[in-house]
Write a new protein. Structure first.
Length: 122
């Protein structure tokens, strides 16, 4: 009996924690805010502080096949080095990030005419 009571408490505690985590409101991306390098926004990507914008891959991700590093929307032969590790996005980058977010509900009547094709970044 003692064992089953403790299991119920753990399950109830886990459910409560999950419910509370679901209530957290995502922070709005704005040009007035400061973000650390590689800050991730679901559906948008990773913030590259030296470039003041969001990109689909983490800063200095390495392509194992080609030996290239990704930063600021481009590939290079070596990791990009910068002393900037926090910055604010440009107004255009912030607006684009807010429009692309998948971690917030926008309401409406569903996804009529929605295409599930992969998102292509250029």
């Amino acid at each position: 009996m003692k064992r089953s009571a403790s299991i119920r408490l753990v399950l109830a505690g886990g459910a409560a924690a999950g419910a509370l985590a679901g209530c957290a409101r995502p922070v709005r991306v704005s040009p007035e805010s400061v973000y650390p390098n590689d800050f991730q926004v679901p559906g948008v990507g990773y913030y590259h502080a030296p470039f003041h914008a969001f990109y689909p891959l983490p800063y200095n991700s390495r392509d194992q096949v080609h030996g290239q590093y990704y930063y600021g929307g481009q590939w290079g032969p070596a990791p990009f080095q910068s002393i900037i590790n926090v910055s604010s996005p440009t107004a255009e980058a912030a607006a684009k990030a807010e429009a692309a977010r998948t971690d917030i509900s926008r309401g409406g009547f569903g996804r009529t005419g929605y295409s599930s094709g992969s998102h292509v970044w250029s």
